[in-house]
Write a protein that binds this ligand. Structure first.
Ligand code: SF4
Length: 473
């Protein structure tokens, strides 16, 4: 591999690192003793080197803009400025999301990749499903025929065209699933031809620059009117934006010259039948993998009130960049895997086919597998649960190093091997049962305590009493 000179200089010869069992310390995760014996952690030097080759180009470019922020530039501006409201997911929304993914998975089968993430030309997008065409799926209360989608749902068409450009596909499908309020689901599937892909990608990059310029100026004045003004925009409702509703309207140049969609039959009819056959999906017993890793914290947040605020704190810049460097790889390398169990709270993020976590550390020295196993056992636990959800015994951790000296590659890539994987399925069941029992009787002491570092700034510590009141599971 031919690293740039600065990186060659900064990469001293190191002895090969051995795999370690982990996590080894019970100090950092009081409940870690038993499951730690099922984890083996090893560096992945070749994978790390491949990423390192891509890193300088990604790190030296302006931060990528999300396609969803280009759909309506003004909302994109305010979303970036003030953050997104994090509200606990409504059970109906959780049910809808679970059903949507399960039904789409059944319809498309293993040949499709789901929630594919791609970064190109300073723009990053997440495609609901990718076959030989990208598929953008929307749920809605009102059916819209494919031929009217361009007029009535231009934002969704903008998204689809952006995904065609990012995935280098000349056409894409926009699927709208309406209902069911009283009657059955109505599905429309519209195919859109996007024309010259290079032109579309240029239009995307141009829109991304407009948003960056507005953010740089600290004013959205140059951006077109928000289509959601007086139609339920949360930034207007919460008094967070200064839009007046009199701004100039504009059709997105991303869909310039696009012809209306045409219905894709018999696909549309087949999907509609599948949707109406699909039974309602029960909400999973936990709403996130975080709740499985920190069940006591999850219980406290649910019963004492969540203290995480709105607006949300900024995501680590390094973490965002690490995602970009993965997403800049081949189309389909970053996708989400469909879990094998309905108990899973989400699809499973993966990279090159293995469940993957992207995290960062503020360690003072370059993190070694031993140090990561000791100080951050939560990564092993979370990856173990995610691997159990898809039945894959290997996962990956891409760990950014926030304090990396200038010129050094600021990340590690590690493989976590879980043997036997059943340890994590069993622990998952035990934790769910314990949470359910605690919801009934309030005896939170039975729930696994969080790692010591979390307790130091935990608002529930006076009541909960950890780490002094540790439990072993
Ligand atoms: S006090 Fe400790 S165990 Fe309790 S919720 Fe907070 S971090 Fe978790």
């Amino acid at each position: 591999m031919d690293l740039p000179p600065a990186y060659k200089r900064a990469a001293p010869r190191r002895a090969a690192e051995r795999p370690v069992s982990g996590p080894s310390s019970t100090d950092n995760f009081p409940s870690g003793e038993a499951w730690a014996r099922s984890v083996l952690i090893a560096p992945l030097p070749r994978v790390e080197a491949d990423l390192a080759e891509r890193w300088p180009a990604v790190a030296g470019a302006p931060a990528a803009v999300r396609v969803t922020d280009l759909v309506d530039l003004r909302r994109g501006y305010w979303r970036t400025q003030v953050g997104t409201r994090i509200a606990p997911a409504h059970p109906a929304a959780v049910e809808r999301g679970t059903r949507m993914h399960r039904t789409l998975g059944e319809i498309l089968g293993p040949s499709a990749a789901f929630e594919v993430q791609i970064a190109r030309a300073g723009v990053v997008g997440q495609i609901d499903a990718l076959l030989d065409v990208p598929i953008e799926l929307k749920t809605t209360s009102q059916a819209v025929p494919a031929e009217e989608l361009l007029e009535r749902r231009p934002e969704a068409v903008v998204q689809l065209v952006a995904y065609c450009a990012l995935s280098e596909r000349a056409r894409g499908w926009l699927a709208l699933v309406a209902g069911p309020r009283a009657g059955p689901f109505a599905v429309s599937v519209g195919e859109f031809e996007v024309g010259n892909l290079a032109d579309r990608l240029r239009a995307l990059a141009h829109e991304a620059d407009r948003l960056r310029d507005a953010l740089g100026e600290g004013s959205p004045a140059s951006l077109p009117a928000c289509r959601w003004y007086d139609r339920g925009c949360e930034f207007q409702r919460d008094g967070l934006c200064d839009c007046s509703g009199k701004e100039e309207e504009e059709r997105s140049p991303i869909i310039f010259g696009i012809a209306p969609g045409r219905t894709v039959e018999p696909t549309r009819a087949e999907w509609e039948t599948a949707w109406n056959r699909s039974p309602a999906a029960p909400a999973p017993p936990v709403s996130s993998f975080r709740d499985l890793v920190y069940p006591r914290l999850a219980y406290m947040e649910a019963t004492r009130g969540r203290t995480e605020g709105y607006p949300r704190g900024p995501t680590s810049e390094l973490r965002r960049r690490l995602r970009e460097v993965l997403e800049a790889g081949p189309v389909g390398a970053v996708a989400r895997l469909l879990p094998r169990t309905e108990q899973a709270p989400d699809l499973i993020e993966s990279w090159q086919g293995e469940p993957t976590l992207v995290r960062t550390t503020h360690a003072f020295a370059r993190p070694t597998p031993e140090e990561i196993a000791r100080s951050a056992p939560q990564h092993a636990l979370e990856l173990g649960f995610r691997c159990a959800a898809v039945g894959i015994p290997n996962g990956r951790l891409v760990l950014g190093w926030e304090r990396a000296p200038a010129g050094q590659i600021p990340f590690r890539v590690l493989r976590y091997q879980f043997e036997p994987l059943g340890t994590f399925s069993r622990m998952w069941r035990e934790r769910v049962l314990a949470l359910e029992a605690t919801r009934r009787d309030g005896r939170f002491e039975r729930l696994a305590a969080c790692p010591a570092w979390r307790a130091r700034s935990c608002p529930y510590q006076p009541e909960c009493g950890c780490p002094a009141g540790r439990t072993s599971r």
